[in-house]
Design a binder for this molecule. Structure first.
Ligand code: NAD
Length: 260
């Protein structure tokens, strides 16, 4: 008997990085997965990785844009149709956007980043929480960021959207706790995924690996986080082992956000 035996879990942004790592962890613990991403190829790769590690895993994939409410409604309906319920939801898909100081930050870019990172998380909460309330149980993890609890710079869209995710988490957490539903957020620091690689390449396309080494020097642990470390945290928060943690925002950043 594993922590996710018989449980239905939706993961958005499951075609890469943190979503893929969480999917792998939940699948190893016998979760039944609805994996959602805009990128169909990424989803296929995630399924292949899971099947190599957990051949009996029950998985369905839904290609969807989380910024489109009708597509969000559809992935929620697909999860309920296939598995009859939703026990866990990793509301995680997100983009960084093009870095620029505020005066040069593209207004279209701002709208795009907010649309995916904030509207997408809101639509997910809206449609999944309805199901969990009716069940009288469930756990949600939203992906915020250290950029949602601290100023980072050059990221107007990302900062606004991730601070917004923190607000949505606290708001929904206090609303739905009474129905046996937990809503928490994680605030990752720099975790080595394709998104962070892209971010380092924005800083210096030629020497991004060197930039990465410099980048982690201020971190108390002097390294990037690993996607599987985030996958473990997400699995804990979704598993029921974290039953009295609600409306919390949990940094996973080697301690960097606590450093003066
Ligand atoms: P990633 O780029 O590796 O993965 C993100 C996934 O989301 C991709 O598969 C992408 O196709 C998908 N996606 C993007 N827009 C989408 C949309 N509109 N609809 C559906 N799917 C969409 O990035 P990651 O590092 O795994 O990031 C996952 C989440 O973690 C994001 O919300 C990101 O902001 C957050 N985060 C990451 C870090 C980090 O250091 N990696 C730090 C803080 C927060």
């Amino acid at each position: 008997m594993q922590r996710f035996s018989g449980k239905s879990v939706i993961i958005t942004g499951a075609g890469s990085g943190l979503g893929r790592a969480a999917a792998l962890q939940v699948a190893k613990e016998e979760g039944r997965l609805t994996l959602v991403d805009l990128n169909e190829t990424g989803l296929k790769e995630t399924v292949e990785e899971i099947q190599a590690a957990a051949p009996d895993a029950e998985i369905q994939t839904v290609t969807a844009n989380v910024a489109d409410e009708a597509q969000v409604q559809n992935y929620v309906a697909e999860a309920v149709k296939r598995f009859g319920r939703i026990d866990g939801f990793f509301n995680n898909a997100g983009i960084e956007g093009k870095q620029n100081p505020t005066e040069d930050f593209g207004s279209d870019e701002f709208a795009k980043v907010v649309s995916v990172n904030l509207n997408g998380v809101f639509f997910g909460l809206k449609h999944v929480l309805k199901v969990m309330k009716e069940q009288g149980s469930g756990a949600v993890v939203n992906t915020a960021s250290v950029g949602g609890i601290r100023g980072v710079g050059n990221q107007s869209g990302y900062a606004a959207s991730k601070h917004g995710v923190v607000g949505l988490t606290r708001n929904s957490g206090i609303e739905y706790g009474q129905y046996g539903v937990q809503v928490n957020a994680i605030a990752p620091g720099a975790i080595m995924t394709p998104m962070v690689e892209g971010s380092l390449k924005q800083m210096d396309p030629e020497n991004w690996e060197e930039v990465g080494k410099q980048f982690v020097q201020p971190n108390p642990m002097k390294r990037f986080g690993k996607p599987e470390e985030v996958g473990q945290l997400v699995a804990f928060l979704l598993s029921g082992d974290a039953g009295f943690i609600n409306a919390a925002v949990i940094p996973i950043d080697g301690g960097q956000s606590y450093k003066y």
